[in-house]
Design a protein. Structure first.
Length: 114
């Protein structure tokens, strides 16, 4: 005796058939199907292979931000990708500042309690 299929299998199969139909229509030249395929099923971000400095200090974070700007001007990164990389470097700097503040507060508290 065969086990019954789980109820979600039919939905998954129907979804797969609909996607395949949209892809076939897009390959056939249907502009609306192309838009549907590109907007819904392709990733909005891409993996970027860029020669970036390792961020371990304030100076290296500044170098990373400058390198992202340079790659954007060369056309190797989009403006959004360069902004994202610069934002990551800025976030690193903010975390470094918070870490220094925490260390200073702990030091002052230790002096005060002594």
């Amino acid at each position: 005796m065969m086990a019954a299929r789980p109820p979600y299998i039919r939905r998954q199969c129907a979804r797969f058939r609909n996607r395949m139909a949209a892809i076939q229509a897009a390959l056939g030249g249907d502009v609306q199907a192309m838009r549907l395929v590109l907007d819904r099923w392709l990733p909005r971000e891409r993996l970027v292979a860029a020669d970036m400095p390792k961020v371990t200090s304030v100076a290296s974070a500044q170098l990373a931000a400058a390198r992202a700007l340079e790659l954007a001007t060369l056309g190797e990164l989009t403006r959004a990708e360069a902004e994202h990389m610069s934002r990551l470097a800025r976030n690193y700097l903010e975390l470094c500042s918070i870490e220094k503040l925490e260390a200073r507060v702990a030091e002052l508290e230790a002096e005060r309690s002594a």
